[in-house]
Write a protein that binds this ligand. Sequence first.
Ligand code: S3P
Length: 430
Amino acid sequence: MLTSKKLDYVQPSLKGTVRIPGDKSVSHRSIMFGAIAEGTTTVEGFLQSDDCLSTIDCFQKLGVDISIEGEKVTIKSDGIANWKEPDEILYTGNSGTTTRLMLGILAGSSVSSVLIGDESIQKRPMRRVTDPLKDMNAKLIGRENGQFTPIAVEGTQLQAIRYTMPVASAQVKSAILLAALNADGETIVEELETSRDHTEKMLQHFGATIAVDGKMIRLQGGQKLTGTHVVVPGDISSAAFFLVAGAIVPNSKLTLTNVGLNVTRTGIMDVLQAMGASFTVNDSENSSHEEMGTIEIETSNLVGTDIGGELIPRLIDEIPIIALLATQATGKTVIKNAEELKVKETNRIDAVVNELKKLGANITATDDGMIIEGPTLLHGGDLLTYGDHRIGMMAAVASLITTEPVTIDNAGCIAVSYPTFFEDISSVIK
Ligand code: S3P
């Protein structure tokens, strides 16, 4: 349902503390790994968002016993070999992570199933996953030779592969590694650039042996996972909206707690540093091998910067909000090597450029990113979200500094990753 929302915050300042809700990538994986494993898995800090609930729904249809009590989830499974063949289509909603990782998992399972997602998922490319899976002997059929859902999967015995990734994508890497768990032989995956490594970390946490040597990952097939306890850190991709708000809204000082600080995800901190933002970080490792900590950030004088290369996979989801940040920095910010933005929930290069232009930003789209000149005083306007949660949250943060109100066409889409976003914003407005 489209729920438009008028954001008429009048020259606020932001003060206080926000506890950042659970990481979406880690929450998905905690359910997937718990369902593959034998025994009971308990999850703490789970993100109860629409995307993560789609993952739970898929595994419940596969006969896995999953119960949710707020941020606590319990998964009881007899292991992947004992799943029930689903008598319904598995619906992955808006979630690329659910769709792509499930394809890898289901390919080596003993069940036949069909996956489908929402309108956005039905347009997102799946051959990046189905092609290497077919090289592993997977039996998959989908529109345009496996490019688009619906995709039917007949679980079968897989063979290990050696695969050099053509794109920097943790979803592709993870789909192959999860398939490799149930394949004959040793799979070797070579990355172009290091992408988020939650899958590698969680495999170890569930008792698997995996060797990571720079950009090369080796995993022996036939390993069993054992149920365990998972602590999900807060999502730095959600914290990003408050980091930027804290830096650009006048007279602000925010403390963000429970923030996941896995180094494969902290590109935005590097950008804030390069732009001259004023912040401090305190971090430590949690019991599930993930770094987490507290960040304090305050209103800052910012300068433009260049963003590209190996930094891109470390901040790919943060680019919409970084673009807004750049509109408030003095000078030019160039974002390049980010063509992957075109195949996210929407084409995020076009969406960011179109919507920030409506507010008066000096921003130009390029083939692989965008160029922003700042600082610009932004005015209000009617913005589109394109059904994309991160465009919706970018617009909401922009509205904190605009001279007139901003209206967004669909506030509901934000529940995909951050259902309590507006409550958390309201709690720090002074
Ligand atoms: C994710 C990987 C990234 C990211 C997405 C979550 C994951 O996608 O954009 O939001 O959980 O593995 P790609 O693998 O397509 O880069």
